[in-house]
Design a protein around this ligand. Structure first.
Ligand code: GLU
Length: 386
């Protein structure tokens, strides 16, 4: 009988490529796909988010990971992605599984319409028993417009398909309370508040772009979307079913108790910042205390070339992010409206429309379980009177 439990699995470059030769680890891929195909035949719907394109393509452009610049990595991704997919396709077919490739950018994931198109494609692939394999489209993503790491991309996919579980397979067993090479380090098997563990997560793997920090951020995004995350070692026999059956040590990040509405999840789980507004600390406090929007006279400064419908991050003057909300206007319109807050909207924009910069019903007040974003470092545009 079909259980239709939805799982997103993320595997990192260090599992897929030998760190010295930067060639495919066929043995790992074979064992992994054998396990995965078994789960699919038991009725699980699985999406695979796979890194590895850059690492596997570096040989073709003659660079080592530590000397490759952004353009080298983009070129390497173009070389490595077909190698990766070729391996998946060949090995998966030996296990009776058809695979499909989906390359996405941060823009695709943060634009509501494209996000839903991607989701519908995944669901249609599920209906046909095909395994979707997702990676970031590195060749078209510029430095500012990158998801950056596949951990958070996988969490976004988990949110997209309303997954029950996100499994991040990596080169370590899970999270420790400090650097695992420290003999005093204690393994953490269960996490409910991700923010308590950010301090111990600075190490970065040699081949991938993430480290434990991005895994924690991903786990936070997943838990906001009502999805549990498992972080576990990948180079192991039956890497998926052994954690599903609780046969070995791993770190489990629990989902938040009550699932928020899709709009609130959309507001909480961001991959990039489209724009920011700064308000006084008193207004920030009022936002935190009650369900309210942001009025024109309350905007002190703004940053980013955002458009109507983009998600804005709201900061108090002291630099702490307090809320997020959907912009009712573009950056230019917002600037004009805030500078001329005493004039009617129609007199400023030439047409009648909403008065608030962000409406109360489109605001998410950040709570403890949301990880805030750092305030932007570049100088925001000041809203000074004309
Ligand atoms: N998209 C990159 C790749 O395929 C990986 C990014 C990551 O490891 O998080 O190599």
């Amino acid at each position: 009988m079909r259980k239709s439990k939805k799982i997103v699995v993320k595997i990192g470059s260090s599992l897929l490529a030998h760190s010295d030769r930067l060639t495919l680890r066929y043995g790992f891929i074979n064992g992994f796909l054998s396990d995965l195909s078994q789960l699919m035949s038991e009725g699980y719907d699985i999406v695979l988010t796979s890194s590895g394109a850059v690492a596997l393509g570096l040989n073709m452009i003659g660079k080592r990971p530590d000397e490759a610049g952004i353009l080298d990595k983009q070129a390497a991704a173009a070389c490595g992605q077909p190698l990766l997919m070729n391996a998946y396709k060949q090995v998966a077919s030996e296990h009776g599984v058809n695979v499909a490739q989906m390359l996405v950018t941060v823009d695709d994931m943060e634009d509501r319409r494209r996000f839903l198109n991607i989701k519908n494609t995944v669901l249609r692939l599920f209906e046909n028993g095909v395994l979707p394999i997702i990676n970031e489209n590195d060749t078209v993503a510029t430095r500012e417009l990158r998801v950056g790491d596949n951990d958070r991309l996988a969490a976004k996919v988990a949110q997209m398909i309303d997954a029950d579980l996100l499994i991040i397979l990596t080169s370590v067993e899970g999270l420790y309370d400090r650097d695992p090479s420290d003999p005093e380090a204690v393994f953490i098997s269960e996490i409910s508040d991700v923010s308590e563990h950010l301090a111990s997560t600075t190490s970065i793997s040699a081949l991938g772009t993430g480290g434990m920090l991005t895994k924690m951020q991903a786990a936070n995004m997943a838990q906001n979307a009502g999805c549990e995350t498992i972080i576990a070692e990948g180079i192991i026999e039956r890497p998926l079913s052994s954690v599903l059956n609780n046969e070995r040590r791993h770190t489990r990040c629990l989902a938040n108790g009550k699932a928020a509405s899709p709009l609130m999840v959309w507001l909480s789980n961001r991959l990039q910042v489209a724009g920011t507004l700064v308000v006084s600390d008193a207004v920030a406090q009022a936002i935190v205390e009650g369900q309210r929007g942001i009025n024109r006279s309350e905007v002190i400064s703004l940053q980013g070339d955002f458009t109507k419908g983009d998600v804005l991050h709201i900061y108090g003057e002291s630099g702490k992010e307090c809320a997020r909300g959907l912009a009712n206007f573009s950056a230019e319109e917002t600037m004009m409206l805030a500078r001329n807050a005493e004039l009617p909207v129609e007199a400023v924009l030439g047409y009648k429309t909403k008065n608030a910069i962000i409406s109360a019903e489109n605001m998410l007040v950040l709570e403890e379980h949301h990880l805030p974003w750092e305030a932007p470092s570049d100088v925001p545009k000041l809203v000074s009177p004309l």
